[in-house]
Design a binder for this molecule. Sequence first.
Ligand code: SF4
Length: 361
Amino acid sequence: MAALGAPAFRAGQLAEAIYRQRLTDLEAVTTLPLELRRRLRESGWQIGRPSIVQVFQSQDGTERYLVRCADEQTVETVWMPEGDGGEAGDGSEPETDDGPEIEPGRRKGKTWSRATICVSSQVGCAVNCQFCLTAKLGLQRNLSAGEIAGQVVAVLDRHAVEVGRDRINLVFMGMGEPLLNYDNFMAAVRLLVEEVGISPRRMTVSTSGIVPGIERFAQETDAVRPKLALSLNAPNNEIRGELMPINRKWPIEAVIDAVRKVPLRARERVTFEYVLLGGVTDRPEHAAEVARLVRRTGLPAKVNLIAWNPGPGIGYVMPQPAAVEEFRRRLEEQGIQVFLRRPRGRDIYAACGQLKRTVEA
Ligand code: SF4
């Protein structure tokens, strides 16, 4: 706007149009004078966002979207009505949140009372976790801030979400490692906080343990810092190094040291994500080791257990339900707060670790 000689408040009007009114055509932004729209267009500006080009609907209400960017690259975004339990116990529950109170009832025919959106940060991923389908794509490119925030706006629009009234959580746990696309990821968070109006306390970013990224994240202010989840997935460096090659660069101790630098809000907890792989990470002795590890950090923490979701071409097996229960029991016995993630949309390859632009589901 400055380059066009227009006053700064016009930029605010444009942001309002894109992020609150969710408009995708400059012509529809009638708050801007016709003449200004013409000059914007003639200078090559357009507005828009990635578009949902395919929808896969699960029996459980989860929707997985194939989202296409302007250069035809696609990523995946997931809508989980009623969440998956992963957001529980991390300081974002209604009774611990001083954000706007939401009507619990279902309004205007909505079939959900709260929802979680899982957002991608990169096309593909370079981290190469052995249990993850996204890893098979390799890293294609980073998403821009607009493409990351745009996924959220597209999904909010699809479900006619009223931000500020409807209870929406965001998890940056889709395709990619957000902290390896740090600047764009945090710019997207600022757009989502400042322009879309979602509180950072309703956002969780999951990292595989990128130490320099976590250290930068620790410098962000409360006003824009989402909550942090560490994708632990193994009880020790030996197993973690096998499952997550990144662990050879930044072993568990180095990652925990970095996580300790992140200031926490009142009641906020650090989440340790733990994928249970049958026979590999789900044994009783692993539970004891995880409990020791988490307690030794001294952090207010909770553990999210995720029974591994199968994917084509990945040679692991799902844990037995009894092993999952036993694992949970052993952690709880050691005083660890544990939540079992409900697998959402497993039938449409929308569950954790299953995002790979799979169009055959
Ligand atoms: S689990 Fe996350 S960090 Fe690891 S390869 Fe998959 S998308 Fe990348």
